[in-house]
Design a protein around this ligand. Sequence first.
Ligand code: 5GP
Ligand code: SF4
Ligand code: MG
Length: 458
Amino acid sequence: CGVFGVFGHPDAANLAYYGLHALQHRGEESCGICTSDDGKFHFHRGMGLVKEVFDRDKLESLTGAQAIGHVRYSTSGASQLGNAQPLVFKYRGGDLAVCTNGNLVNEPGIRKELEETGSIFQTTSDTEVIAHLIARSPKDIVEAVKDAFARLIGGYAFLIQTQGMLIAACDPHGLRPLVMGRLGNAYIFASESCALETIGAEYERDVQPGELLVLDKDGLREERFAPMERRAICAMEYIYFARPDSDIYGVNLHMSRKRMGQTLAQESFVDADIVTGVPDSSISAAIGYAEQTGIPYELGLIKNKYTGRTFIQPSQELREKGVKMKLSAVRKIVEGKRVVMIDDSIVRGTTSLRIVNLLREAGALEVHVRITSPPFMNPCYYGIDTPNPADLIASSKTVEEIRQAINADSLYFLSERGLIDSVGGHDNEKNRGLCLACFNNDYPTQVRFEDAKLTSCS
Ligand code: 5GP
Ligand code: SF4
Ligand code: MG
């Protein structure tokens, strides 16, 4: 999911609209914006893309100088309007709006405890649990939020709004990204820095692990609800999730993916005629692999930009005739060639098999698959959608067995060390500040609860 917040700008709703549009790749299922204007909240939420859910009239009705907004990723969980965010609650004679990116591992336990002591829940979302924790505290809002966060275990970035106040917070490991920027005197928060760029705001800094930033009429207060624990920024953000024009903790995504491609080339050179990347996320890495080896980079695969969620899928018969919705191989480029195909990850293995076969059908002589991540073996508890562990191909198959399953001539996964050094994050920290749990089973938090939750983005 993606979150976006504005504090202190008369065009808050419009800025949120453009900011969320820039974060659309982080979630296409639903979206929403909530503004606060002179003691009153205005909000709108809907299923679909930002540009489908909002129009001129709706945005004009969202008046006020502060806003929080959300784009939601479709998960295995319930896909319904009720789960669209921000969620808005009555709170001490006013209102409270909350949105989040991430996942709370211990949410079921907290929910159960709250239910047993009288809370009634309307959604299945983590976000509502937070609101209940806040509402039950007798303390002032900032202290109540701190107490609530101190109980959470997981990976998350939160934006919370009341009349006249905006609070931003990030989990104690920094698993999910959140940046702060400035637009004139206004403060902007976004899951990724590309959204700051889009609205002409200047990047100021990343929200730090365990930090809680409070904005109100007195300006910015930098507080904490927890000490920073081992920093563990999600490696998948760098590998495939975030946009190439974003920076996370000062590391540009395109450049780090390029380095992953270069490192792959050093670790597993293969003699070939062209290098191609699976669009969009692996283009950067393919350029890096090509640069390092001297093998020319080519556009061997093209992605159709218009493959929407609501598109009618071709029938089995049309599929067999070769109707391809999303990706096409460029015959004139791959025919008669030995191709190195770079992709970011193999999760189930079904996509990789399809793409290798596309290249073969278009006449590729050999297809050598190079992946810019280690084998994906363990589920994510922190908000990246992953299938049932049994469906993770690398959890039950060796690299050689995966190579056969995806019909490749050769297959290589980037080493953990290669990945860590390609991102090149924080020196002197474990894994240089990355979470690699889905590759190496080393989770930065406790995850083995009786009822640990495995969904994404609440
Ligand atoms: P698979 O091997 O699961 O069939 O497909 C892997 C492809 O899915 C990769 O090209 C990658 O871009 C994309 N992908 C990687 N990780 C994830 C993830 O966590 N969730 C989803 N939905 N797609 C992913
Ligand atoms: Fe990211 Fe993997 Fe860690 Fe989940 S387990 S936060 S996908 S690195
Ligand atoms: Mg991909």
